[in-house]
Design a protein around this ligand. Structure first.
Ligand code: F3S
Length: 640
């Protein structure tokens, strides 16, 4: 049978299940990555599983999120992570070495392999022909312990790219076009597989911009073929032996097809406050800009920043704009420094930040009140920048640089002839900031500073579940709403009791206090609840506050798995209109849960309103067992 790329990689890694769309499968994981904001929990969880060494082919621990060191907290976390990497056989990418996805693409990703990362933008490495999936820290910890990763067999969407990109159309515009057409829910349960003759015009980092923002579609992953362009990139990275040709079979079947003519595209922009709220740059040109941020795991590669430098060269940033640039990796920064592009950016008035996530995750550079910030990153959720009433627009590097000079949103097509940047034949490769693990980590002690607090125990499913609706929220609630980021809160990622007090604080600042006073309760949500990042703190904090169930119209994949992993019951209204009948403060009861869960015939009784609502779940048998076992950690330990 002819197979597509996704099916080929899954078939080569399949441990359990059948490749039938929607059915649960288990796949072997070759590589894992963690970043510091999710990594401390992942390694505490790995420690709790009780295995000496990781069993993956390669695991990497990156420090890229919480790099501000204004208190002891982040430094404690980093020291713990460094000791855990040495103890358990994990490569440690030091602070300043770059953003996990950019560095992984450059130095570790391999076509045809599987990668599981505790970060929702892990599919970035799909630009190299990997099947790369984002998951919660506990899923990554179990993969490091040698257990397969369970996921529903995705449907595969073939995005066919035709023609050559129109002048000044960047990879960012291609993914914004996909988001414009399919929306932030359009990729749920699917892998986006890119083919067509237009693929050949995109370098690996450009492909990675597109696979990166597949996360904004809600997709399980996104992937490009591994071809001559991939070979060139890996050769320039001094690892030609990692190249493997990987193409779909000629008659491969797909569940859906999306056709895009690249020659007809124009520069695009995602308007506040959702990545799929897309318009043409020309439609909003002229709006004043206060800040421009160029960087993040979406757009911070060598070619990205070379284009920015070429646009800025010999000019000056507009006096009312703050332009900040964060190169994606130390390798990118070194190459820019060596060829003079860095000087061109600095001369123009750009401020260079360290190679880290920085403003993307609200660590520094918050825009002014009611300000407008143009960003090359992937998310523009309300408040994520650290300024509640700021407006964030997402654009390509070209649009960002042109706008920084003009002081207003500017269509880069007005800059004249497009800029051609060639990839270097050889990058200046230097891996000294990646510390390999010692041969044996047995003697290494984990270093636990006061910021490293124990994890709360997961809920164990009981036959009767009762509680007050502590909060009712609408559609598209993100993990940023549930567990905000930003420098102050990120510093508490290893301290669940402290970070839990910030749970939902931007939605209802009384929630944490009320939940603790009530001894827990239930949250009610709308469509696509939990979209956004993989942060398991969006499950851990509600767990700590005593939340037992979340009832919604639908869930985002990673968040639903995180709820299950910590024993929070995810239920979905059978009739979406029943959502309208429930209000915060209502008392809900579910009886005979253990029996009715298996039959998927669950009734919620609203005691306050004397109403009943049928609800269902999309849990696999294994996920039901995890809930009954009291979370994934208990479940895995019971299998050892
Ligand atoms: Fe970092 Fe932002 Fe990417 S937080 S991993 S740069 S989405």
């Amino acid at each position: 049978m002819d197979l597509n790329l996704t099916q080929k990689i899954i078939a080569a890694h399949l441990i359990e299940g059948e490749m039938v769309s929607g059915q649960e499968i288990a796949i072997k994981i070759d590589q894992t990555l963690t970043q510091d904001a999710t990594g401390t929990m992942a390694y505490l969880e790995f420690e709790a599983i009780g295995i000496d060494q990781v069993k993956t082919e390669l695991s990497v621990s990156y420090i890229d999120h919480n790099t501000l060191q204004v208190g002891y907290e982040n430094a404690d976390d980093h020291r713990f992570l460094q000791s855990a990497a040495a103890k358990y056989g994990v490569y440690f990418s030091r602070m300043g070495n770059g953003i996990c996805h950019q560095v992984h693409l450059e130095r570790f990703g391999r076509p045809g392999q599987t990668l599981l990362g505790s970060d929702s933008h892990t599919p970035t490495s799909g630009g190299l022909g990997m099947l790369a999936i984002g998951a919660g820290g506990l899923d990554v910890a179990t993969a490091m312990a040698g257990y397969p990763f369970y996921v529903k067999m995705p449907g595969v969407v073939n995005v066919r790219l035709h023609g050559r990109p129109a002048p000044w159309v960047a990879a960012k515009d291609i993914i914004l076009e996909v988001l414009r057409r399919l929306s932030v829910k359009g990729g749920v349960g699917k892998v986006m597989e890119y083919t067509g003759e237009g693929v050949a015009y995109l370098s690996v980092p450009e492909r990675a911009t597109i696979t990166n923002m597949g996360a904004e579609l809600g997709a399980t992953s996104s992937i490009f073929p591994s071809d001559a362009v991939t070979r060139e990139f890996l050769t320039a990275q001094n690892r030609p032996n990692h190249y493997l040709e990987l193409l779909p079979d000629a008659d491969a079947a797909y569940d859906e097809v999306v056709e895009i003519d690249l020659s007809l595209l124009e520069p695009l922009i995602a308007l506040p406050h959702m990545p799929d709220n897309v318009a043409g740059v020309s439609e909003v040109a002229g709006r004043k800009v206060n800040q421009v941020f160029i960087g993040s795991c979406t757009n911070s590669s060598y070619t990205d920043l070379m284009r920015v430098a070429a646009i800025l060269k010999g000019k000056t940033v507009h006096p009312e704009v703050s332009l900040v640039i964060a190169p994606g990796s130390r390798q990118v920064l070194r190459n820019l420094a060596a060829n003079g592009a860095l000087a061109d950016m600095v001369d123009a008035g750009a401020r260079i930040l360290e190679c880290a996530c920085g403003p993307c995750v609200g660590v520094g550079q918050s825009p002014p009140s009611a300000g407008i910030s143009l960003r090359t990153s992937n998310r523009n959720f309300e408040g994520r920048s650290g300024t509640a009433d700021a407006e964030i627009y997402l654009v390509s590097c070209e649009t960002a640089a042109a706008s920084a000079l003009a002081g207003e949103i500017t269509d880069p097509r007005g800059l004249g002839e497009p800029i051609l940047i060639n990839m270097p034949e050889k990058f200046a490769v230097d891996d000294r900031m990646v510390i390999p693990p010692p041969e044996s980590g047995r003697a290494v002690e984990l270093v636990r500073g006061p910021n490293i607090k124990p994890m709360p125990a997961a809920n164990r499913l009981q036959d009767k579940l009762a509680g007050e609706v502590l909060l009712k929220v609408g559609d598209n609630i993100t993990t940023d709403h549930i567990m905000p980021a930003g420098a102050k809160i990120l510093a508490l990622r290893s301290n669940i009791p402290a970070i839990s007090m910030h749970c939902f604080e931007r939605v209802d600042s009384t929630l944490a206090r009320r939940a603790l006073a009530a001894g827990g309760g239930i949250v009610v949500g709308g469509l696509n609840y939990g979209q956004g990042s993989s942060r398991e703190h969006a499950a851990l904090a509600p767990l700590y506050l005593g939340i037992k169930a979340v009832v919604t119209k639908s869930f985002a994949r990673i968040h639903m798995q995180n709820l299950v992993n910590f024993g929070l019951l995810p239920l979905v209204f059978e009739n979406e209109t029943d959502y309208d009948g429930i209000e915060a403060g209502d008392q809900l009861v579910i009886e005979n849960l253990l029996e009715n869960l298996a039959a998927n015939e669950i009734i919620i009784n609203n005691i306050t309103r004397q109403e009943s609502y049928p609800v269902k779940h999309s849990l696999s048998v294994r996920q039901m067992e995890i809930l009954k076992a009291g979370g994934l950690l208990n479940y895995v330990k019971s299998k050892v």
